[in-house]
Design a protein around this ligand. Structure first.
Ligand SMILES: [Zn+2]
Length: 476
């Protein structure tokens, strides 16, 4: 019986091999016909699709197109040349949940408050740490804007702090909390697209492939590793290093960095596969892609690993690459912009106007080279006793609320933030004025959304989310 089946399979393979070859072509034409039929009914021809791709912990400085010496991103570098690369994009915070909330709402963290007080990250009070702040219902997201405009919408993540329980699923027809890494997200996205009626779509992908404890899988773990050492950036190790209890050796940090770089190369390969599929389905010419990250990653540049400890540029400087219809090829924007500017930019590129006030602005004038000025960027975290930072593109002020301590860096002459120049009185006064202006703006927005003394809604973290956060090293 088994032999007969085997013979049948061999005969099928011999005689009907062309079916397999023809399948992608058939899919492509079927999809194009669907699009034509649906598009003719509802949308002007050429209404673009949008894919917003956020790669957790991807620091701009680790990418070839941002000047990194290692070949971590050959495919992304090529894609950057087919669109616009923003050289200096500042994230609004240093960890996933509030960063995604800022990205999707175009509001600062002290306005949307999807930061934490009694979150899993706060280990000082274990009894309260299973309560989390969520992105409150009063805040609209980019997904809701696209949905209202008639787009089909899908969100694909692998849970953790991107889980729908934190309020991120609003506006999405489908929000998959178990989508896996970029490879699986891409596959699920394509499968979903093929099932759509042909309406334009907005897709948001958040993948964790480069997040610690770092992919240690061949061949990517061999690409940049020169010497293997027995260290894993798990939760206890991370906490011990960042508290100063565990000293690190340079060879250990180099090993972790090499694994991280290998993980970036893995993501780069997956990105390429995804774009090849988009090309094959004839979607590439009608889809705007925005590739960015929620925050970067530290490797002891300022005495800490991972990203939640500080607001230095290793964790705030994120990539932003935009390409697709209507976007010029090969432009590099030098001006400083912010994560909160991504939502208004994508909406404007699709001819949509959000029906609410945003704190970010559309970057279209920078894309068209009509503006070249730096935007004042503000970032904040409630971790580590509260840290806030503003950067005007040249100078950066960091204020540690707990210690009432101010640092100022001249990023033009000191890119690695090593020389505190806060003793320069005139500079300090100028930067403090910018800091106050940014704080004042946030307070005004905060008042629009929150009544005085209003209690935030809390969410009790469900076991599946806690399990995922543990795997990512956030919960002991
Ligand atoms: Zn993150």
């Amino acid at each position: 019986m088994a032999q007969k089946q085997q013979r049948l399979r061999a005969a099928m393979k011999r005689n009907f091999w062309w079916l397999k070859e023809a399948k992608p072509e058939l899919e492509r034409y079927a999809y194009r016909l669907q699009r034509l039929a649906a598009g003719a009914k509802q949308f002007p021809s050429g209404t673009p699709n949008v894919v917003l791709l956020s790669i957790d912990s991807l620091a701009a400085r680790h990418l070839g197109c941002y000047g990194y010496a290692r070949r971590t991103s050959p495919n992304l570098d090529r894609l950057a040349e087919s669109g616009v690369l923003f050289e200096k994009v500042m994230a609004q915070t240093n960890w996933t949940k509030p960063a995604l909330a800022s990205l999707l709402t175009s509001l600062h963290c002290s306005v949307h408050k999807a930061d934490f007080v009694t979150d899993t990250g706060d280990r000082s009070d274990p009894s309260a740490r299973r309560q989390a702040n969520i992105l409150d219902q009063r805040f609209r997201t980019i997904a809701q804007d696209f949905k209202q405009a008639g787009y089909a919408t899908i969100g694909l993540s692998d849970g953790g702090y991107a889980h729908s329980c934190f309020g991120f699923a609003r506006g999405f027809d489908v929000y998959d909390d178990f989508a896996g890494g970029l490879k699986s997200c891409g596959y699920r996205l394509l499968r979903w697209i093929l099932r759509q009626s042909g309406k334009p779509f907005f897709a948001f992908l958040h993948c964790w492939d480069v997040h610690y404890p770092y992919l240690d899988r061949a061949p990517y773990n061999r690409l940049f590793v020169q010497q293997r050492v027995p260290i894993v950036l798990d939760s206890p190790t991370r906490l011990a290093i960042n508290s100063g209890a565990q000293k690190t050796r340079d060879v250990e940090i180099q090993f972790l960095k090499a694994l991280y770089d290998g993980a970036i190369r893995y993501v780069d390969d997956q990105l390429n596969r995804l774009f090849e599929e988009f090309d094959r389905l004839g979607l590439k010419s009608n889809t705007i892609f925005a590739i960015t990250a929620d925050h970067g990653e530290a490797f002891m540049e300022h005495g800490a690993v991972e990203h939640t400890e500080c607001l230095y540029d290793e964790v705030l400087h994120v990539p932003l690459i935009l390409f697709g219809p209507g976007i010029e090829k090969g432009r590099r924007v030098r001006a400083q912009v912010r994560s909160i500017d991504i939502t208004p930019t994508l909406l404007q590129l699709c001819g949509l106007v959000p029906n609410r006030e945003l704190q970010g602005i559309s970057l279209l004038p920078w894309i068209l080279n009509q503006r070249v000025d730096d935007l004042l960027s503000g970032s904040e975290t409630r971790r580590r006793g509260g840290i806030k930072a503003v950067c005007d593109g040249r100078h950066k002020l960091i204020y540690h609320e707990g210690e009432r301590r101010t640092e100022i860096y001249d990023l033009l002459n000191d890119r690695i933030e090593s020389q505190d120049v806060s003793q320069d009185k005139a500079l300090r006064a100028a930067m403090e004025a910018k800091f106050q202006r940014w704080q004042y703006g946030n307070t005004q927005y905060e008042r629009k959304y929150w009544a005085t003394g209003e209690e935030q809604e809390k969410f009790f973290i469900i076991p599946e989310v806690e399990e995922r956060l543990r795997a990512l090293g956030y919960v002991e």
